[in-house]
Design a protein around this ligand. Structure first.
Ligand SMILES: [Zn+2]
Length: 68
């Protein structure tokens, strides 16, 4: 069993040196919609999605679909 510890990370925008704000969006994948948290810079609007997080959620969805 693995512990996921990516939730408490605070990332900064490299350009503005400001903390990125968390924002939730919905991603459509394989006819399923699921929420993904992304980080956005309040100043320049740069968005950052943790690839690990997004891929992890997609894998979870795939496993759920295959299970049926
Ligand atoms: Zn910025």
């Amino acid at each position: 069993m693995k512990n996921k510890n990516s939730n408490s990370k605070k990332l900064k925008c490299l350009k503005c040196d400001l903390l990125l704000e968390e924002e939730k969006i919905n991603i459509n994948y394989l006819k399923s919609t699921f929420p993904v948290e992304l980080l956005r810079c309040p100043k320049c609007g740069l968005t950052y999605v943790s690839e690990e997080l997004a891929l992890g959620k997609i894998l979870e969805v795939e496993e759920t679909l295959e299970d049926k």
